[in-house]
Design a protein around this ligand. Sequence first.
Ligand SMILES: *[C@@H]1O[C@H](CO)[C@@H](O)[C@H](O)[C@H]1NC(C)=O
Ligand SMILES: *[C@@H]1O[C@H](CO)[C@@H](O)[C@H](O)[C@H]1NC(C)=O
Ligand SMILES: *[C@@H]1O[C@H](CO)[C@@H](O)[C@H](O)[C@H]1NC(C)=O
Ligand SMILES: *[C@@H]1O[C@H](CO)[C@@H](O)[C@H](O)[C@H]1NC(C)=O
Ligand SMILES: *[C@@H]1O[C@H](CO)[C@@H](O)[C@H](O)[C@H]1NC(C)=O
Ligand SMILES: *[C@@H]1O[C@H](CO)[C@@H](O)[C@H](O)[C@H]1NC(C)=O
Ligand SMILES: *[C@@H]1O[C@H](CO)[C@@H](O)[C@H](O)[C@H]1NC(C)=O
Length: 715
Amino acid sequence: MAMSLPLIFLQLVLAWLLGAAAMAASQALPGCENRCGNINIPYPFGTREGCYIDNQFLVACNASNNPPKLFLMQSNIEVTDIFVWGALRILSPIGYDCYNAQGGPGDNFIPWMSLNRFPISNTQNKFTAVGCNTYAIVNGVQGRSFTTGCLSFCDSINNVINGSCSGIGCCQTSIPKEVRSFNMTMQSYDNHANVWDFNPCSYAFVAEEAAYNFSSLDLANLQNREKLPVMLDWAVGNETCDEARKNQKSYACKENSECYNFDNGPGYRCNCSEGYEGNPYLSNGCQDIDECMISRPCSMICLNLPGTYNCSCPKGFEGDGRKHGSGCRRIPSKRHPSVNIAIGVCSGIGSLLLIIVAWWLHKVLKKRQELKRKEFFFKRNGGLLFEQQLSSSVEKTKLFKETELDKATDHYNEDRILGRGGQGTVYKGMLSDGRIVAIKKSKVIDEGVEQFINEVVILSQINHRNVVKLLGCCLETDVPQLVYEFISNGTLSQHIHDPNEEFLLSWEMRLEIAIEVAEALSHLHCATSVPIYHRDIKSTNILLDDKFKAKVSDFGTSRSVAVDQTHFTTQVKGTLGYLDPEFFQSSQFTEKSDVYSFGVVLVELLTGQKAISSTSSHESKSLATRFIRSIEDDRLFEILDPKIIKVGRKEEMVAVAQLAQRCLNLKGKKRPFMREVAVVLERIRMSRENSTTQQNYEVVNTTQLMTARRGMLLL
Ligand SMILES: *[C@@H]1O[C@H](CO)[C@@H](O)[C@H](O)[C@H]1NC(C)=O
Ligand SMILES: *[C@@H]1O[C@H](CO)[C@@H](O)[C@H](O)[C@H]1NC(C)=O
Ligand SMILES: *[C@@H]1O[C@H](CO)[C@@H](O)[C@H](O)[C@H]1NC(C)=O
Ligand SMILES: *[C@@H]1O[C@H](CO)[C@@H](O)[C@H](O)[C@H]1NC(C)=O
Ligand SMILES: *[C@@H]1O[C@H](CO)[C@@H](O)[C@H](O)[C@H]1NC(C)=O
Ligand SMILES: *[C@@H]1O[C@H](CO)[C@@H](O)[C@H](O)[C@H]1NC(C)=O
Ligand SMILES: *[C@@H]1O[C@H](CO)[C@@H](O)[C@H](O)[C@H]1NC(C)=O
């Protein structure tokens, strides 16, 4: 049950990672400037030849202003926004016509504008006049010619209504379609004679309706505003979509886009098709939207497809997977639950075999009757998620037959036993194809099954050269079995502690093993989509292959956790001597608890002593405690393994010892992350390889060295 959440998280995290990469594509042609300060420059606009579609779309960025300003080259109009859906926002001046107190002419400014290619948006702009006893006229030239205007009266500033341009102090009228240039005039009936003290000028402008809100204060000094934004429409070509499509070479709408005839003049616009977003005028500009990430439309499984998505239900569920539909419902089980376990746990095998397994399990389980029923319901649930998990992993986990494993282990011959652990017995076996494998047989079914499923789920997620590989599993037996690659050279513990072991692990090999284990753990903590904590790192769980490469094994107690979860509370399990003291007290297992256990392994490599001493002559049974004490008392070289101290490099040992000291810090927060541990170890090895420019790892000042090294990591 505990792992169901992390597995769902796994899918979400993967989808999130993939989704994030597709965002933030440039809207300009490759190699062209796509920004001017904060302003986007999407194609078909461009700042130099080859970057725009035709010279009307040429814009110039003047970077000597702060922030930089963008101009339309053909008309020298300032642009503040370009929208790829076919609009641009420009700044347009405000016209004014002022009088002096005697009714004589004062300042005036009559703006006009010629926009060549780009018509004023008839839906988003208004022609506005502000003033008492004012009439203003706007003339459209080019395109269809038109004249329109409005009148505004008022005799007191108290009569006007803030926010309303209905003819009292302010009037407004709409702009027709296809206006590409205009000029305007404004007049007063009485030269502002009666209202001069609060309204000496008439004002008029074309501006975005949303950008201007009339206030009675504007009657006095609107000209202080100088410029207001105007929305222009743009389109490409001068023909309709149908005509444009005939000439594919010049047709501007690229893959996954639609064409629309322009409704404000000749030409057409492009729009990314539904389910896509981006710049439709660029090839590959319209990118698939990952609906699964953006709106989370499904209740359980979401599959992003080009232009759309599909909601489905996991095996064992049925219904409409959409969130706003009825959702997924569990299919009421008609079969015996044991069949579902079989389906769940191992997929990808022929249905014939499945029926055999089911029949077999059915028989076994019938004996166990009601007592076990509850447990199997739980296992069925685990199995469902399990199947989902396995079907998504690249290498399918194989289902082995009972007879196959029986033969491989010579009827589980006592001579074939490689070891006995807390969860079961490990046998050496040879498959019919000649492969040598290790077969782990769980001890008891009650607790074993949960850990067994746990281990298969976790191992099938991991593909790392320093993590032992799971080849498959077998369900046909009354106790589940796991089949691993066989690692020929025994455990690290044997090599360090067995007095009969003739082959001496040199210091170089020990450092190499430490690096490999650190990398495997760092991979588990960081590189897997959901962090995995091993929870039982010790030298007997580190196997060595024929080339003495380390392989981390035994994931029976490992747990994957949701990404935003930093710890979980659990019953204290683990091996004495490696157990994080903080975890022991708080029952909260964090990634730093693995770091502690790894620190103990480092100390084992350095000292050649067991994590818990069996002889009581020592001051403390715990190796970690004795080690820390000897460092603090500056007696490090007394505790180091005499077998390596003669030939190995002392400065490396000191550096590793200091790292181990940090890993063994009683405060989990102060321990380094596994990633940092791996990097530091790698650096220690590198320093040997570049021994010409050898770094000095003297113990002169420990804190100084630590700070220096932390500094390097930050770089
Ligand atoms: C850029 O703007 C500055 C300051 O407004 C002006 O002096 C300069 O002439 C402009 N440059 C160009 C190329 O327009
Ligand atoms: C315009 O101003 C009026 C009065 O000051 C205010 O009530 C209204 O919300 C404003 N409208 C906008 C769109 O800002
Ligand atoms: C404004 O446009 C009209 C119509 O084209 C023209 O008759 C008039 O002279 C123009 N006025 C100015 C001030 O340019
Ligand atoms: C309009 O709003 C301004 C402040 O935004 C206020 O000073 C003025 O009195 C208001 N005028 C009216 C007529 O409500
Ligand atoms: C459309 O544009 C092309 C080239 O830009 C030009 O050759 C053609 O005459 C134009 N057609 C019309 C009807 O304006
Ligand atoms: C362009 O596509 C978007 C998203 O598919 C849609 O919301 C918008 O209405 C479309 N525009 C036009 C003019 O059809
Ligand atoms: C989408 O889901 C439906 C029903 O869930 C299925 O029939 C269809 O084949 C799915 N489409 C794809 C492309 O997976």
